[in-house]
Write a protein that binds this ligand. Structure first.
Ligand SMILES: CC(C)(COP(=O)(O)OP(=O)(O)OC[C@H]1O[C@@H](n2cnc3c(N)ncnc32)[C@H](O)[C@@H]1OP(=O)(O)O)[C@@H](O)C(=O)NCCC(=O)NCCS
Length: 181
């Protein structure tokens, strides 16, 4: 289970660590390593954006330190998600997500968090189409998006250059009418 909350300045140190993990960064559109100062600038820029496009932190419940033996749990941040671009005229938004804690991959948490944000996008923001870009070798992400109902709409051939070679990027989309209430 996950919950979403707004990103706070205090999250930037862990967010920098996540985005500097090559296995996370290489699946995103981030090419260069990020310093805390870069993260600060990015955070400032986010605060000036339309609130619908400001990022959320993904949290999940984990055993709580000293209280763990007694079954205590606490919410811990594991990643970030949000709408990158949004048009109020076409009611389309681009979606992006990453779980920065590798130990939390493949547990259904990314799909759960994405479902929450996309439901908010359709039912509260009145979006009609959510779309995303994903590298064609990112099988886990593609499967997660398929579970949410996204379909491949296009292939941007040799759009990416990484590790000495070009590869393709997929565009996937999900329409309001395809998403269960
Ligand atoms: C992409 C991401 C958000 C998905 O969240 P997640 O919680 O790991 O995904 P889920 O556990 O909900 O679903 C993953 C699915 O992929 C499947 N999967 C995992 N590895 C796979 C592989 N190599 N090939 C095919 N399917 C794979 C899992 O079995 C699961 O499908 P299932 O539920 O039908 O068994 C998360 O893995 C992540 O943040 N990864 C790093 C950053 C990233 O890639 N971001 C997306 C950029 S577009």
């Amino acid at each position: 289970m996950t919950r979403l909350r707004r990103l706070e300045r205090d999250d930037l140190t862990i967010a920098a660590a996540w985005t500097n993990d090559p296995d996370v960064r290489n699946s995103l559109l981030i090419v260069y390593p990020l310093s805390l100062e870069h993260e600060n600038e990015w955070f400032q820029a986010q605060l000036r954006r339309d609130p619908a496009c400001q990022p959320f932190v993904i949290e999940t419940e984990v055993p709580a330190g000293a209280d763990a033996a007694a079954g205590g749990k606490e919410w811990r941040p594991i990643g970030v998600l949000g709408f990158h671009e949004l048009s109020w005229r076409t009611r389309c938004a681009e979606f992006g997500i990453f779980i920065g804690e590798r130990t939390q991959w493949g547990r259904g948490l990314g799909t759960d968090a994405a479902r929450t944000l996309i439901r908010w996008g359709f039912l509260e923001l009145n979006l009609n189409r959510v779309w995303l870009r994903v590298f064609d070798d990112n099988a886990r992400a593609i499967r997660s998006y398929e579970k949410l109902g996204f379909v491949v709409e296009g292939r941007l051939r040799q759009d990416r250059y990484h590790d000495g070679r070009h590869s393709d990027t997929l565009v996937m989309g999900l329409l309001r009418g395809e998403f269960p209430d």
